[in-house]
Design a protein around this ligand. Structure first.
Ligand SMILES: [Zn+2]
Length: 105
């Protein structure tokens, strides 16, 4: 895996991750690839990368490895951990059904 950190001319940080064939094989075998940004001199955040044919496949994989995912409103990006919000795609901040019922957004 190629890992690098770049800073743009605007001062933004870009983390580059280049996955080789071996890692792509792992992704297709439903194995998440984890990267700890502390290895790159960044704050100690961990990133998990998964692959799948559909968003439903990816959600199922993530929930298998990390537990239930919260609902993220696709309009305002607020996150809700309430199971009913996820079930109905409802955002309490927008007071509207903005998401896909049963989805994570
Ligand atoms: Zn919202």
């Amino acid at each position: 895996m190629i890992k690098a950190v770049l800073r743009t001319s605007l001062g933004q940080t870009v983390v580059l991750l280049g996955l080789s064939g071996e890692n792509v094989t792992r992704l297709m075998a439903d194995e998440p690839i984890k990267v700890n940004l502390a290895e790159l001199g960044m704050p100690p955040l961990q990133i998990a990368i998964v692959g799948g044919r559909t968003e439903a496949d990816i959600t199922a994989q993530l929930e298998q490895h990390f537990g239930p995912l919260p609902f993220t409103c696709p309009r305002c990006r607020r996150i809700s951990h309430h199971p009913d919000d996820k079930r109905y795609g409802y955002c309490g901040h927008c007071h509207d059904y903005t998401g896909t019922p049963g989805g994570t957004r």
